[in-house]
Design a protein. Structure first.
Length: 272
């Protein structure tokens, strides 16, 4: 950096000396055509050398490379034909470069701070993204937990409903079985009552069928007793007639069934 500043100072000094010499020569040579400083500043410094520079003849690509890297390839070739003003522009560019070089540490520090700030911001974003991803995982897990809890609750509700239906069905079945049992008992009781009633009716029927055959015998016995008492009172205790058997008493069972004994009873009753 010091060499570049020295070169710029030397170049500026040489340019000032050149301008001073031109002014001195213009005073000494009063017989020549007078020229102003402006005219001299716009006059090439060594036009006779222009075209004699052969440095790039064997390697013309070097001129382009110097232009690409430093922008001085054409400057070196055309320098003899340049005016002091054009060369001064080169000095101005050098001063600008020196100003840039003088401020490079501050610019570099600013760039470093800027880059460091950008890096820190990206690290901040990275941390936020990581925290966000962790938060999203927690939220998703929480959402999944709620979803699973809700599904579990619905499952339990379904289980309870199914269990309730089963218990209700069991109760209905028990009630139906109890009702069926009571109805069965009632039917059996009715059947037993009907059977007993039937047996009683059959018994009464049998008794009703046998009573007409038994009653005449009882009646005949009563009538025979009365007849004996009548004869006893009529003939006395010493007469055989008082103890003679009656027709109705001697009548056989078959004749009673045929109505002979019954007819004798009716005849006897008519005779009393």
């Amino acid at each position: 950096m010091t060499d570049k500043k020295t070169f710029a100072s030397a170049f500026a000094s040489a340019l000032a000396k050149y301008r001073g010499n031109n002014q001195n020569s213009s005073v000494a040579d009063s017989d020549r055509i007078p020229q102003t400083s402006t005219d001299r500043a716009n006059t090439p410094i060594a036009p006779s050398v222009t075209g004699l520079i052969k440095s790039f003849d064997s390697s013309p690509e070097m001129q382009g490379l110097l232009n690409n890297y430093f922008g001085i390839g054409d400057f070196l070739t055309t320098l003899p034909g340049m005016t002091p003003n054009e060369i001064a522009q080169m000095a101005d560019q050098l001063d600008q470069l020196n100003f840039l070089l003088d401020n490079l540490p501050a610019i570099e520090q600013n760039l470093r701070s800027y880059i460091d700030g950008v890096v820190k911001y990206h690290e901040f974003v990275n941390r936020c993204v990581k925290e966000g991803v962790g938060g999203m995982k927690k939220i998703d897990q929480s959402t999944m937990d709620v979803f699973l809890s809700h599904k579990g609750y619905l499952g339990e509700q379904k289980k309870l409903a199914a269990s309730g239906r089963t218990q209700v069905a069991q109760i209905d079945n028990d009630v139906s079985s109890h009702i069926d049992l009571q109805e069965h008992k009632l039917q059996e009781a009715l059947k037993r009552a009907a059977k007993k009633l039937k047996a009683d009716k059959e018994k009464e029927t049998r008794l009703a069928e046998t009573e007409p055959n038994e009653k005449p015998v009882e009646m005949i016995a009563v009538l025979d007793t009365r007849a004996r008492l009548r004869r006893l009172m009529q003939y006395g205790t010493t007469s055989p007639k008082a103890f003679a058997p009656t027709k109705s008493a001697a009548a056989p069972v078959g004749e009673m069934k045929n109505g002979t004994a019954a007819n004798s009873v009716f005849e006897f009753l008519q005779g009393l």
